[in-house]
Design a protein around this ligand. Structure first.
Ligand code: ZN
Length: 272
């Protein structure tokens, strides 16, 4: 199952995706992803639409971030080489922090570099989309019952503020600092390791595999839900591989993984 979220006739919809001729097409307006409360609030109890939908190539759609989280939980230093490149010890337990939902940015949108920072980095990441409410999960629980699917994210980070502030809230939380998308898929086979790549202006800068996670998904979910409840639509960003680097106005940054497409964003100065 693959889906996106997009604007259609002035309203937000989820779109069911199908591959046709090597390209993804939106073939139907999807029923709400199960238990996505924000979606239900928006559309009442409807689970299907009564009018015919003409298929549309994904590339022609006005895409939105494909989740509406109540919170975005991020994992720092979950790849050994990235921990080392910033001069940090390998953690003995997951290091987690939040990004606010107001930081979400649609595929194709522009990351705005704030005047408050002189060094803003890209961090390509694999993101989990939560499908059902979860609290106090055991590490041997079947995590696939909790995770609706995967998508791509870019954990944009004001590195200078991250060092200066005791908390990372500002450094990680500016508007546009969480590009997300373009699609959600439940078809990834993580057991074999999923290759995650980040390109800056076409040049490969990050190349990692989920097989290199310090903390695998069950350990992350157990650690996180021991502290607080994850709700449907919430996101867990699973950390970034080595190779992070700074962005400048005019850059184009792409995060990609097989089966999830490419999350493309541009970069500009925040005019305010
Ligand atoms: Zn990160």
């Amino acid at each position: 199952m693959k889906y996106c979220r997009f604007m259609f006739e002035g309203k937000t919809h989820y779109g069911a995706l199908e591959e046709r001729g090597g390209e993804l097409w939106i073939v139907d307006l999807a029923a709400a992803p199960e238990e996505d409360m924000a979606f239900r609030l928006e559309h009442g109890r409807a689970t299907s639409w009564s009018f015919d939908f003409e298929p549309l190539p994904l590339s022609a759609a006005e895409l939105l971030p494909p989740a509406t989280p109540s919170k975005i939980v991020c994992v720092g230093r979950n790849y050994r080489e990235h921990a080392r490149e910033l001069g940090n010890e390998e953690p003995v337990e997951p290091l987690i922090f939040f990004k606010p939902p107001s930081s979400l940015l649609a595929p194709g949108g522009a990351v705005r570099l704030p005047k408050l920072s002189e060094r803003v980095d890209f961090e390509g990441e694999l993101a989990m989309v939560i499908g059902r409410r979860a609290r106090k999960l055991k590490s041997d629980a079947n995590w696939r019952e909790t995770v609706r699917g995967f998508t791509l994210a870019n954990d944009i980070s004001a590195r200078d503020l991250q060092k200066k502030d005791l908390q990372w809230t500002r450094a990680k939380g500016f508007d546009t600092f969480c590009p997300l998308g373009p699609v959600v898929s439940d078809e990834l086979v993580l057991e074999a390791g999923v290759a995650l790549e980040t390109r800056l202006n076409g040049e490969l800068r990050q190349h990692g595999s989920t097989a290199d996670f310090i903390f695998p998904i069950p350990a992350l979910l157990s650690f996180i839900t021991a502290a607080f409840t994850l709700e449907p639509g919430d996101l867990v960003l699973t950390g970034t591989p080595a190779g992070v680097g700074p962005l400048k106005p005019g850059d184009r940054v792409e995060v990609s993984a097989a089966g999830l497409g490419v999350l493309v964003n541009t970069v500009e100065c925040d005019p305010d």
